[in-house]
Write a new protein. Structure first.
Length: 262
């Protein structure tokens, strides 16, 4: 999704640009500059963002039923990329998607990990696109203690929707091999950032895949943190991610619903 739509900075720059164009109209210029200042304050104050995130995804508690073990934990991508110069993955702040999946596997809460396509493991036929390294990522994860037999890499999808359809095909193939019913044979957990869960769960549900949510990358609300109400431009990046999810969710809701098999 274009950053022109999801970036608060773009909205602020547009307001300032229009204010400059309308510089001869004093009232209009003042109104636009005032709006730019209000936008800047709104999108840069941490407690405001915290309330917005809580309203969007605060329902996910990560409570795993006592004694329950999931057949598969689906770790959605978006946490890193492959660095060919250093021959290693480089992670960003969403890395706890992968780390929590590995920890849940170690704790015996999930039997097998499905690692959805990420820039670190994706490979495409287009030579002009950035390529990941599936074999090296598999080796990296196994070095963290996950047996190769418990690891499945999906390395072709580019979007959450493609993740859902590709993972469904993988599970259906395993169902067919075991002669089981797809709708009831596997218990699934989805592991991804809290703000990504509403859209991701809806997307997988439309493919007929029901998952229990497990939220990661949650904002830490510390009421004792100093200067919480001071403007902080780094909060705008969090807003960009949240707006990306909100607009994507609205788009999926408004578009015609794809037909599902009976």
């Amino acid at each position: 999704m274009s950053t022109l739509i999801t970036s608060p900075i773009c909205y602020i720059l547009v307001l300032l640009a229009v204010a400059y164009i309308c510089r001869r109209r004093r009232k209009t210029r003042i109104a636009l500059i005032t709006a730019a200042v209000v936008f800047t304050l709104f999108f840069s104050i941490r407690p405001i963002y915290e309330q917005a995130e809580k309203a969007w995804c605060g329902e996910y508690s990560n409570l795993i039923p006592a004694g329950k073990t999931y057949d598969y934990g689906i770790v959605l991508g978006g946490y890193g990329e492959w660095d060919p110069d250093r021959n290693r993955p480089e992670f960003d702040k969403q890395a706890d998607r992968l780390l929590e999946g590995i920890q849940l596997c170690h704790k015996g809460k999930i039997r097998k990990l499905i690692i959805a396509s990420d820039s670190s493991n994706r490979q495409t036929d287009d030579p002009d696109e950035t390529q990941g390294n599936p074999a090296a990522m598999r080796a990296y994860i196994t070095r963290l203690g996950i047996p190769d037999s418990a690891l499945i890499l999906e390395n072709t999808a580019k979007t959450t929707r493609e993740n859902a359809s590709t993972i469904k095909a993988l599970l259906e193939k395993r169902d067919s091999a075991q002669r089981l019913s797809f709708s009831s044979s596997f218990s699934l957990m989805m592991i991804t950032s809290a703000i990504h869960l509403p859209r991701a769960l809806m997307t997988f549900q439309e493919e007929g895949i029901s998952c229990d949510p497990y939220a990661t990358d949650c904002i830490v609300r510390d009421p004792h943190q100093k200067n919480r109400w001071f403007p902080n431009l780094t909060i705008m990046r969090s807003w960009q991610s949240l707006l990306h999810e909100f607009i994507g969710y609205a788009y999926y809701k408004l578009r015609p619903t794809p037909s599902l098999p009976a």
